[in-house]
Design a protein around this ligand. Sequence first.
Ligand code: PEP
Length: 252
Amino acid sequence: MGKRKALIAGNWKMHNTVIEGCHLAADISRLCSDLTDRDVMVFPPATILSEVCHIVKDGPIVVGCQNVCWEDRGAFTGEISPVMVKDAGGRAALAGHSERRQIFGETDALINKRLKGGLFFGLQMILCIGETLAEREDGRTFAILEEQLRKGLDGVSAADMAQVVIAYEPVWAIGTGKTASKEQAQEAHAFIRGILEQIFEKNIAEQTRIVYGGSVKPTNVDELMAQADIDGALVGGAALDAKSFGRIINFK
Ligand code: PEP
């Protein structure tokens, strides 16, 4: 089987006011107007989801939320439901970003609920997994990836996997300027694909997109994207600048 359709996703984190986000969305939208061979997603803060959706609505960009609750409504202060994401025009969400795990203490069990809730209400979901530096130095990278993957995907059906992307994001490479080498990233992605084959079956493992995240930049995207099991990128810092993000989208 050939490589899967590439996905370049921009995580804006807690950046951009309405005006800033609208300018960035318009700039990125212009860069993507005739893209057909790769998918592009952006994840703005929830406060500007609706505005960004409106700006990109005639183009190919899919807009998503950086986190999502599993319920459609109710007493969940501070949360955003998948139905609300869709109401604002969003079609996707992240689950398990390392900042949610590390700063806000989100567990694999909670992340699994978020993932399944998003899928239930029809969102495309990106499940983020990755080891810390201490875990890598202890030789536990693969054990951590397997645990996060198995627990994160618990109860997710093979059919649901068509709406799931896995993001391998080594915590030590996020926002640090340190990128995993192409060999380290490829090794982790191949391992993840192997676990997907164990959980589901070969076809599902072959079809699931596994994107890399961790200081992806215009200068390193081409060599990362040349790896057999790297199907795209989840980009933080470099996604805040239309020129950089545009170059990443147009990887060679
Ligand atoms: C991210 O936020 O998922 C990320 C990978 O950030 P950065 O590209 O800044 O490392």
